[in-house]
Design a binder for this molecule. Structure first.
Ligand SMILES: [Mg+2]
Ligand SMILES: [Zn+2]
Length: 181
């Protein structure tokens, strides 16, 4: 089974420093949904791993999060794409959980659920936390410049050899043709 793990905010949908709190605020990045459909057509199952500390901070509740994801699934279906599951860390940094990226807990949940070795599993993210979590879990990490990605690219502590692409569509072109993945 071939799996790809995607961050959500700043990779699939536009990010906001004020958090994405409602389905109305959940707006796909141009081309991202079609890119997920192309992954599916290339034989990949796609899951999302996302920090949503806005839940723990009380900025929105589970029903709002479910409504955002229902919107995402509907929008994906309209272009022939599918996300199998969304793995969420709902905690704030203060809660010292093991699932909030940069810790690899969400990735470990994914590996267990799908019974896979993450060594050849690509992970696409826009923040340094995503890359750190992916590296800790043993994934092949990929950075996109959307969301926080342009700022992340300028950091001097990017994991060595991290491929960087303008957006998810360009990252998918790489993933779908890279025989190692
Ligand atoms: Mg992000
Ligand atoms: Zn957590």
């Amino acid at each position: 089974m071939k799996l790809v793990i995607l961050d959500r905010d700043g990779v699939i949908n536009e990010d906001s420093d004020a958090y994405i709190k409602s389905p109305e605020e959940w707006q796909p990045i141009a081309g991202s949904l079609e890119a997920i459909a192309r992954l599916n057509q290339s034989g990949f199952r796609v899951v999302v791993a996302t920090n949503q500390s806005g839940l723990g901070r009380g900025l929105f509740d589970m029903s709002a999060l479910n409504a955002m994801h229902a919107k995402m699934h509907r929008a994906l279906a309209s272009v022939g794409g599918k996300v199998d599951a969304v793995f969420v860390c709902p905690h704030t940094p203060d809660e010292a959980c093991s699932c909030r990226k940069p810790l690899p807990g969400l990735f470990e949940q994914i590996a267990k659920r799908y019974d896979i070795d993450l060594a050849h599993t690509p992970m696409v993210g826009d923040s340094h936390r995503d890359l750190a979590a992916g590296v800790a879990a043993g994934c092949t990490v990929i950075l996109v410049r959307t969301g926080k990605g342009a700022a992340t690219e300028k950091r001097d502590d990017l994991p060595a050899g991290t491929p960087v692409f303008d957006n998810l569509a360009a990252a998918v072109d790489f993933i779908a043709t890279e025989p190692r993945l």
